[in-house]
Every structure is written in structure tokens, then in C-alpha cells.
Design a protein around this ligand. Structure first.
Ligand SMILES: Nc1ncnc2c1ncn2[C@@H]1O[C@H](COP(=O)(O)OP(=O)(O)OP(=O)(O)O)[C@@H](O)[C@H]1O
Ligand SMILES: [Mg+2]
Length: 333
């Protein structure tokens, strides 16, 4: 394993990126399947949910470390992102490449085609060894890390309760946990009682096994999660261009989206996760946290990679986010 050591370790947030990806964006006007196409341009960005969250938090001047798994053969893109943003690199290195996820953007048709690879193939023994080493990284950073962010899919073969295991370990070390994943890993991790979760509406509907059509149904679903998981302090349900609902045991806030011209919708949810953690670090109340998280998402939407403008610009955007308080005197759904 090659790990760039930063001393002294001072990260307040540890982002776990088990299955990162290089996002390869290729622009092809009038894409024709099964034919030779001429591309206008291509761009590669270090990506994957955990990396995006770390990158946005670092842009907001939070002290961030990242761990997870990187392929040795194309790690340079990630390493330069970490170096540029002062992110403490605690990743484990695998032989071979980190997967490349391809996005073919067709400006003429206004369509994007995604082709995502599954991630590394690892034996049970390798997976168990890496789980132990992740726990070691958490132990090493425990004295300063206040939040552990668990986000994204699990690589092939990793146990569905991996995030549950890491949540319990983080809690044993005195850190809080933000969880953003879906399917079985989400359901399993809920049993370990993460402190904050940010499913999007579809992911929460899938977990509950019922559609979430109206705002009332969405808020009720958030309340149900809080009841199922005692100790959970916040359920943030993002709804794309419909904004997001923030449900705590004592309050509900609906944050309207900002009116932005999206350049890339990739990572808006990850930026929102970063904004929620930033709000927690700053000790903001629920309404101001909802505004900051929405500003993070909007600011990210106007950029291609996982980047934010300067913190004062993000804070100014946050002040413009409109909120509703369902149940409050002025609320009309
Ligand atoms: N078209 C849009 N215009 C304005 N804001 C948007 C738009 N799309 C998303 N957002 C903002 O980003 C937040 C998160 O978006 P979304 O619900 O799509 O996350 P997600 O599905 O988790 O995305 P991903 O996991 O792909 O990053 C929304 O709550 C909203 O504030
Ligand atoms: Mg998401």
C-alpha cells in the first residue's frame, strides 16, 4: 500500500470512497450507435461519490481526509485532486486501474448516455483485509474526525453490511456518520443507526417499498425513518429540481432549489451531502443548514467537476434559498 502521510493528522471529516471512478465525459453531437462518431472533446475528472463529497468540503475549507480504494495504474488524477485541495490521502491501493465511467454528452439531442463499469474484482480475503485496514485508518484519525461520510455503491463482492460495520466502528470511536447510499447497503446500514442520511426520493421510495408522490408522503417517509432508527438526527430527502426536505425529530423544513442553469447534474446530491456535513461542523440550526446544503448543490450544478466557488460565494447563495415550514402558519404545499 502507498499512502501519502500528512502529519499531524487534523481532518475533521473522513470520506470513505470504496468504489471511486474516473468520470470520462465525451462530447459527440448527433451520436449514432453502431457507427463511427467524431467527438468534439473529452474531459476526465476524478469522481465517485465519496471523492465528490471530499472535494466539495475541501473547497469550503473543511479539513478532510479520504480513504477507500484506488487502482495504482491511474491514481494520478485522484492524487493531483487531493494535492490541489489539501485532502489527506489515506486510500488503499489496488493493483490495476480504478474503473472509468463514460458519459457521452450529445449537445445536439440534449441527451447524456452513461456507461458505468462495476469496479474491482477482489477475493473475500482481499476484501476482509481491506475492511480491517479501513478500520485502522479510522483509528489513526479518530482524535480529530468528527464526521465519517459513507457514500456510494459498494464494489463487487463487498458484504451488504459493510456500511453498517463502518458506522458501528465510527460510533465506537466517537465520530458521527453521514450515510448516502441505496438498496441493500442502505437498509443494512440503517440498522447501525447513522446520524444523518440523504436518500433521494427514489432511493427512499425503493427502501420503503412504496411510491412517494406528494410532499406529505415524502415528509411522512422521513418521519418513518426517524422512528425506525432511534438516535438519527436528520433525514434529508433530495428531490432534484423540486428541492429537498429536511426532517429532524422536532422540525421539518422544505428547501426550494435555486434557479440555476445546470451545466452537469452529476454530483448535485454529493454536493448536498457535503453541505449538510459543513452545516453540522458549523453548528447551524436546521433551517440554515438546509439553505447551505441547497447552495452547495446549486453551486456544483454550474460546474463540470466536483468543485465549488469560494466559501463566501456559497454562503451568499445560501442566504437566498427560500424555505417552507410545513405545519407553520404560512405553509401551502
Ligand atoms: N435542475 C436543478 N435545478 C436546481 N437545483 C437542483 C437541480 N437538480 C438538483 N438540484 C439541487 O440538488 C439537490 C440534490 O439533487 P438530487 O436530488 O438530484 O440528488 P441525487 O439524486 O442524490 O444526485 P446524485 O446522487 O446523482 O448526485 C436538490 O435537492 C436540489 O437542491
Ligand atoms: Mg445521490
Amino acid at each position: 500500500m502507498k499512502t501519502i502521510q500528512h502529519t499531524p493528522a487534523d481532518a475533521a471529516v473522513l470520506c470513505v470512497a470504496l468504489n471511486p471512478a474516473i468520470d470520462l465525459t465525451i462530447e459527440v453531437s448527433d451520436l449514432r450507435i453502431g457507427e463511427v462518431n467524431r467527438a468534439q472533446r473529452a474531459q476526465q475528472d476524478a469522481g465517485g461519490k465519496g471523492i465528490n463529497v471530499a472535494s466539495c468540503l475541501a473547497d469550503y475549507a473543511a479539513k478532510v481526509a479520504v480513504t477507500g480504494q484506488l487502482g495504482r495504474d491511474n491514481a494520478a488524477l485522484f492524487e493531483s485532486l487531493f494535492n490541489d485541495k489539501g485532502i489527506d490521502n489515506r486510500c488503499l491501493y489496488l493493483d490495476g486501474h480504478t474503473r472509468v465511467n463514460t458519459k457521452i454528452v450529445d449537445p445536439a439531442k440534449g441527451e447524456t448516455t452513461d456507461i458505468n463499469l462495476p469496479g474491482p474484482s477482489q477475493t473475500k480475503a482481499q476484501i476482509n483485509a481491506h475492511l480491517e485496514r479501513l478500520a485502522d485508518v479510522m483509528n489513526t484519525l479518530a482524535s480529530t474526525v468528527r464526521w465519517v461520510v459513507l457514500s456510494g455503491s459498494l464494489p463487487p463482492g463487498w458484504p451488504a453490511d459493510t456500511y453498517a460495520t463502518l458506522t458501528r466502528h465510527a460510533h465506537a470511536l466517537g465520530s458521527q456518520v453521514m450515510l448516502d447510499t441505496s438498496g441493500q447497503p442502505f437498509g443494512e446500514a440503517l440498522k447501525a443507526g447513522p446520524d444523518v442520511v440523504k436518500p433521494n426520493r427514489d432511493e427512499l421510495a425503493e427502501h420503503l417499498g412504496r411510491p412517494l408522490g406528494s410532499m406529505e408522503e415524502t415528509i411522512e417517509a422521513g418521519r418513518q425513518l426517524l422512528t425506525e432508527c432511534p438516535g438519527m438526527g436528520l433525514v434529508a430527502i433530495s428531490m432534484g429540481h423540486d428541492g429537498a426536505v429536511f426532517v429532524s425529530p422536532s422540525q421539518v423544513v422544505v428547501a426550494h432549489p435555486l434557479d440555476v442553469e445546470p451545466i452537469s447534474s452529476v454530483g448535485a446530491g454529493d454536493a448536498m451531502v457535503a453541505g449538510i456535513v459543513a452545516a453540522q461542523l458549523d453548528g447551524l440550526p436546521l433551517d440554515r443548514g438546509a439553505q447551505l446544503a441547497t447552495a452547495f448543490a446549486a453551486a456544483k450544478l454550474t460546474r463540470l467537476g466536483p468543485h465549488l466557488p469560494a466559501p463566501e460565494i456559497v454562503r451568499a447563495l445560501a442566504a437566498t434559498v427560500r424555505l417552507d415550514r410545513p405545519g407553520g402558519p404560512d405553509y401551502t404545499p
